[in-house]
Design a protein around this ligand. Sequence first.
Ligand code: ZN
Length: 386
Amino acid sequence: MKKILLLFLLSFKCFAALSIEELTWENGDTLLEFLQRNSIPMSLYYSLDREDRELASEIAAKIKYQVLKDDNNNIEQILIPISDELQIHIYKNKDNQYNLTFTPVDYDKEERILTLTLENSAYQDVYKESQSSTLARAMIRSFKGSVNFRNMQKGDQITLYYEQKRRMGRLWGDITIKMASIEINKNSKEIFYFNDNYYDKNGKDIESFLLAKPIGAARISSYFTTARFHPILKRYRAHLGVDYAAPTGTPVKSAGDGTIIFVGAQSGYGNVVKIQHSSGYSTVYAHLSRFAKIKKGQKVKQGQLIAYVGSTGMSTGPHLHFGVYVNNKAINPLSVVKIAKSELKGKNKEDFIKLISQYKQIVQNHIQDNRPNPPKEEEFENYIEF
Ligand SMILES: [Zn+2]
């Protein structure tokens, strides 16, 4: 991937006549319409397979994408991010024909530590200190409702050890909180990120909030990934949700209280229901066989029947595709869905204990050395704010 981006930038440098434009993806625009509008053959879309078409429908509204043009205003290359890790790359090959591939996003990772003493509220203070609403939201999400931030008072402590991505010189994508410590009335609560989930210092799952599993007993047939190299297909794939295998007709329930914002068919995902929840969360239920008696604008309760499992759209067998979004950006559903409480055991537990002692040491050194907080930066708005 380094090579591709380098090519992208090099060709820009070598030929002064080339120019890069940064544009914003319009709400509701589709890849197919985009290709048509830019006189790029629509066959690029039609030759995509099932999963890639599904992915192509995941381009988030308001995301920034780059277009490289020659001096005659002809499009040479386009980069459209699909997730933090993966992007669509459209380019002209040697024969001057357009090609489309999915390639990893090239970015750097920075480890950062932010500490503060509470003045107003946890969210406000973290935002004020970092200028990053992404960080403030990631903090709230990481505790999964296991602390009541409203109980925090002036003088309480917050420490966040996190990973920030940077792309083309700017902040990029979501933030992963690796360790967070919050002190409320001299009681401290720590959480640690391990294997896609948050645990307390004893390796016990953090109690989850907001969302419940949308389906009864069902096996997970595909997990969430923002980019994974497929060893047989020899190319990159992403899956921005969790698939639950279940027979056609199995009831699908709303994962949380919310408002129905979409009921209908969508390319790739077939019959789809979308629900808006509080705090910028929304959920998507796809490949449904049919809908329950619901309509757009209707309020629903957690656990309320909304539809039935099916195999509509680009699907090889009956399953529920369940997606969770924060401000239109896909996150791992299993990181916010309530699951039976579990505890790390055996080798996992050993690895976990090693990891958290490292994290604690890093944070302790930082605090002892009195190192400053990361610089405030202009946030890279790569998705819509509600
Ligand atoms: Zn899926």
